[in-house]
Design a protein around this ligand. Structure first.
Ligand code: ADE
Length: 240
């Protein structure tokens, strides 16, 4: 998969993607990242990339042309059709289902805004989709782009060493939160490992994990239960 980042700080996203699973995905050529800086496409002595908003008010708005030229350069760099995603708090909320959908595209172009935003005409003309990573405001789209790069990179075939671990993540298989995990040492001043995990009884362990997942989701994120793929047995547990 190829991801192009259009940003005033493309190195920032590249740094975030240099470590761990995402760094390894790049080493394994499962992911290639390319940065495009609108400042390189700005003209005039000052290479302006922003200006004051029409109608007045605080902050600056990013100019159409440097962004558009950077976007077009990114598009032209590879023949594969790219989906252009603008990271903005005004976008629809990123979910694991959306991550999965985007991870299946051969190519994404991520547009990161700074300042108050981007001229709306550029968004209308060039952007396929606007996404937000949550209901809070960051100082730019770069961190959001790094989040998206991480989430799609780890879903590329061969990115995770244990292919199972993706399937068992929170949200991934059935929309529930993950169960708790324990490892050695068995005895520790901070507490006990639940007995059932030592029993060797795989059916019981699976049942315990399912109950923990359901319980956590019910307590922490009851909103997810409406969407989760629950079976009859799950419903009985929740309604008991
Ligand atoms: N840019 C600024 N805040 C953002 C957010 N919450 N999600 C995506 N992009 C952003």
């Amino acid at each position: 998969m190829r991801i192009d980042i259009v940003s005033l700080f493309p190195e920032f996203v590249a740094q975030c993607a240099a470590f761990g699973v995402v760094g390894r995905a790049q080493e394994r050529a499962l992911l290639s990242l390319h940065g495009w800086n609108p400042r390189d496409y700005a003209t005039g002595n000052y290479r302006r990339v922003d200006d004051r908003p029409f109608g007045g008010g605080p902050g600056m708005v990013m100019l159409i042309d440097p962004l558009r030229d950077a976007l077009n350069a990114a598009r032209a760099a590879d023949p594969a059709d790219a989906r252009v995603v603008y990271l903005t708090p005004q976008g629809t909320r990123l979910t694991q289902a959306k991550v999965r959908e985007l991870a299946a595209h051969p190519r994404l172009v991520l547009l990161c805004g700074r300042y108050e935003g981007v001229d709306e005409r550029l968004i209308e003309a060039e952007v396929d989709e606007e996404l937000s990573i949550g209901d809070y405001v960051l100082s730019g789209g770069e961190l959001a782009a790094a989040v998206l790069v991480d989430a799609v990179a780890r879903l590329q075939e061969g990115a995770l060493n244990d292919a199972e671990s993706a399937a068992q993540d929170s949200f991934e298989s059935d929309g529930l939160l993950d169960c708790p995990h324990y490892t050695r040492p068995l005895e520790h001043p901070l507490g006990q490992v639940p007995e059932v995990l030592l029993s060797g009884n795989h059916a019981q362990i699976a049942r315990w994990r399912r109950m923990e997942s359901l319980g956590r989701t019910w307590l922490r994120r009851p909103d997810l239960l409406d969407e989760a793929a629950l079976g009859k047995a799950d419903r009985a547990l929740l309604e008991a």
